[in-house]
Ligand binder design. Structure first.
Ligand code: KG4
Ligand code: ZN
Length: 424
């Protein structure tokens, strides 16, 4: 096969990837601003056919199985507001993990703005991917596969990662592996710890509060889920209501130890039907009623002013503009969420006779949750992700892809973003 010069190959790769992303986003109605620094003009031709033929895939499976012992997978994650790329060897050795956060873009809106997220992904994906390769001292030809988040998530955001991954896979003749974002969160833990199966996995983030049974060969069964807000979403909404910045989870986590968690007696509704389901919208409304019952306008204004001068206040700066009663309420709110999460997780673990409990997703960063879990005496171990793998990252996507790689479970150019992709 004729080899392109390095320069031409690189240009062509970027051209192909970015042009495909641009067309895909326009197809789904996303607004998009293309940066000239990627050298793509309005006259670019769209690459229509990325079909990988079956024979080549069969050959790839064969060659891949031979080098299964030291396979490096490039993971790409762009499901929400983090553009991430990572190189993971053999499913667990993280050689690099680069995350470009968009928090500063969305913070002023109090949540993720989908159109802005897509645009930021487009800006970040090439430099993030290059940095991940550089930090892992891996060249594209040293990769065994490319893994990408297929969903769930924001469709415009997912499309950026998927289109880029498809283009790279096509150009480099690499297998493409589609990964469910929730499965990624589970592998953030199982790839780094001696998790015995069956395990109970609680995935608790800004978009999910789900309980899964994890069986051998990574077969999943959904046992319970939130019927309304995810726990992380409840943290974010409560924080927004009180004039704190986005994301609210880390701020409430930071402030909760300064309040008394027993002061506000929040209660959660008993679930009808599946008692392993969650519901946090009632708690959110209770916080709203609590704020409406007092005049907090001065402290809320003070916090908003603080944020205008400093987008990232320290705990002392937050404490200076937060009353004792608000601190008590935040501590009580966090305590109620933690109690509910652990109560359901332990109950579900008992039901399936779990040998391990896995708690993952952004809310798994919560120090109060980790302390409460450690204080719970259980006949099986509880595993949390290391902090860098709790919130969205691409190492978890590359790790989750490894068993699929071993099984030869590859995607092709028909791979599409699925905003509501279910794990089970
Ligand atoms: O997993 P993640 O990065 O993205 C999603 O898949 O949603 O989770 C983000 C969520 C946000 O709602 C954020 O407020 C929450 O995780 N979060 C926390 C903490 N750190 C992040 N919630 C509570 N305590 C924390 N320390
Ligand atoms: Zn996530």
């Amino acid at each position: 096969m004729v080899e392109f010069s390095f320069f031409f190959r690189r240009k062509w790769l970027l051209f192909l990837a970015l042009n495909e992303i641009r067309h895909s986003l326009l197809r789904c109605g996303g607004r998009l601003e293309m940066s000239d620094r990627f050298g793509c003009s309005a006259g670019c031709d769209k690459v229509d056919d990325l079909q990988v033929n079956r024979a080549r895939r069969a050959h790839l499976v064969f060659s891949i199985q031979r080098k299964l012992e030291a396979v490096r997978i490039l993971g790409i994650e762009s499901s929400c507001d983090e553009t991430a790329a990572a190189v993971v060897e053999d499913g667990s050795r993280i050689l690099s993990s680069v995350v470009a956060s968009q928090i500063s873009t969305h913070a002023r809106y109090g949540g993720v703005v989908p159109e802005l997220a897509s645009r930021e992904h487009l800006r970040a994906i090439v430099p993030v991917m290059r940095l991940a390769l550089e930090q892992s001292a891996t060249r594209l030809e040293g990769l065994g596969a490319i893994a990408v988040t297929q969903g769930p998530g924001l469709v415009g955001s997912l499309l950026v990662g998927i289109t880029y991954a498809k283009a790279l896979a096509l150009v480099r003749h690499l297998p493409l592996i589609a990964v469910n974002h929730i499965e990624g969160h589970i592998h953030a833990v199982v790839s780094q710890n001696p998790v015995e199966l069956p395990a109970l996995a609680l995935v608790v983030s800004g978009g999910h509060t789900h309980l899964y049974e994890v069986r051998e060969k990574f077969v999943y069964r959904l046992l319970g889920k939130t019927r309304d807000d995810a726990a992380g979403e409840a943290f974010d909404k409560v924080a927004k209501l009180l004039g704190f910045s986005y994301p609210g989870g880390p701020i409430i986590d930071m402030l909760a130890p300064h309040g008394d968690r027993h002061v506000v007696p929040f209660t959660l509704a008993k679930m009808k039907g599946n008692t392993l389901d969650f519901s946090f919208s009632g708690l959110k409304t209770a916080v709203l009623r609590w704020t409406e019952a007092r005049d907090l306008s001065a402290e809320v204004d003070a916090r908003r002013e603080l944020l205008q001068n400093n987008p990232n206040p320290s705990v002392d700066e937050w404490l200076a503009v937060t009353s004792r009663e608000t601190l008590d309420m935040l501590a009580s709110f966090q305590h109620t969420v933690i109690r509910e999460l652990l109560r359901h997780a332990v109950k579900a673990a008992e039901e399936i006779d779990a040998r391990s409990l896995v708690i993952s997703g952004g809310v798994a960063c919560n120090a109060g949750l980790r302390l409460a879990a450690a204080a719970t005496r259980l006949p099986y171990p509880i595993f949390f992700p290391i902090p860098g793998l709790s919130t969205d990252n691409a190492a978890m996507i590359a790790a989750a892809a490894f068993p699929k790689f071993a099984r030869g479970e590859f995607a092709d150019s028909t791979l599409r973003a699925q905003a509501n992709l279910a794990l089970a």
